[in-house]
Design a protein around this ligand. Structure first.
Ligand SMILES: C[S@@+](CC[C@H](N)C(=O)[O-])C[C@H]1O[C@@H](n2cnc3c(N)ncnc32)[C@H](O)[C@@H]1O
Length: 283
């Protein structure tokens, strides 16, 4: 099966932890998603697809923007995240577009041809084994005048949210197995030329890739110890700490606490700059 490892991951305990801390993740990512939605300019009455919609917050925002005359589908492989999305949508306001959530692989699902005017994704398109096949599939689902906008991360080295805790943990732990470049994962689309080529080959035109950055605010109101505990559950060091020997788990936490403390305040939690690509294209 295509994307089997990612499908397993997004239905694992890590995905369940993500659901538990959905409010924290949403507070951090919401401004970035809203910026990309602004770039997409979803007009009233359009039919939109949110790819890798997760817990559905941007899907709801998209539904508000296209209004009751439009429609929105959120597609994702993660059952626990879609359960949250479904519950959110049930309490959504009546002037918004109707929303359908679909548990499916966006790379392979047979969407109805030319059935979407807009394709959007907030950090949900970097997990495909075959990104060209995935974008061809999305392209086929779009109308000839359709437009797409998504965001994906710039390299780990310019994203301290991922880099800083991992660097601190690596003072005590061996590095996790190195993934080949462009392997499915948060940094698969770190090279803009690679993303551009995939989109061109998939049939997209008018491709723009803009380097944007925005403060990532994580854990408002939490102590630095609690912030690190959340990072251990859902962040870039989750796997490393899970697999660490028991006698190193607390010392690793202590190192990470020391590393992130300068970026934490009691009111705002941890604030670091997040660097991402905003990608727009026409079908
Ligand atoms: C980093 S999360 C982003 C979730 C959401 N867009 C957000 O911003 O909160 C990536 C999402 O992509 C989904 N995903 C990964 N591979 C997928 C695939 N092949 N088809 C559809 N969704 C996928 C995951 O299940 C996960 O919900």
């Amino acid at each position: 099966m295509q994307n089997a490892a990612q499908i397993e991951f997004w239905n694992s305990d890590t995905a369940r932890n993500w659901v538990t801390h959905d409010a924290l993740m949403e507070a951090m990512l919401s401004p970035l998603g809203e910026a990309v939605l602004n770039a997409l300019e979803p007009a009233q009455g359009l039919r939109a697809l949110d790819v890798g919609c997760g817990c559905g917050h941007p899907t709801l925002s998209l539904a508000t923007r296209v209004g009751a005359a439009g429609s929105v589908m959120g597609v994702d492989v993660s059952q626990p995240m879609l359960a949250v999305a479904q519950a959110l949508a049930e309490s959504h306001h009546a002037e918004a577009a109707p929303i359908t959530f679909l548990q499916a692989d966006a790379q392979t699902h047979a969407f109805e041809t030319e059935s979407f005017d807009l394709v959007f994704s907030r950090f949900g398109v970097m997990f495909f084994e075959d990104p060209l096949a995935a974008f061809r599939n999305m392209h086929a689902a779009m109308t000839p005048t359709g437009r797409m906008a998504f965001c994906c991360w710039q390299p780990r080295a310019v994203n301290p949210f991922m880099m800083m805790p991992a660097k601190a943990a690596l003072e005590l732990l061996p590095p996790p197995p190195e993934l080949p470049p462009r392997a499915p994962g948060p940094f698969a689309f770190e090279e803009p030329e690679y993303v551009e080529r995939i989109l061109q080959d998939a049939g997209f035109s008018e491709i723009t890739i803009s380097a944007l950055s925005h403060p990532l605010v994580f854990g408002q109101g939490l102590t630095v110890e609690d912030i690190v505990e959340r990072l251990v559950q859902i962040g870039p060091i989750a796997q490393m700490v899970r697999e660490a020997p028991n006698d190193l788990k607390q010392p690793v936490r202590d190192r990470v606490i020391d590393a992130v403390r300068p970026f934490c305040t009691s009111a705002d939690g941890m604030t670091v700059e997040g660097a991402f690509w905003q990608v727009t294209a026409s079908a």
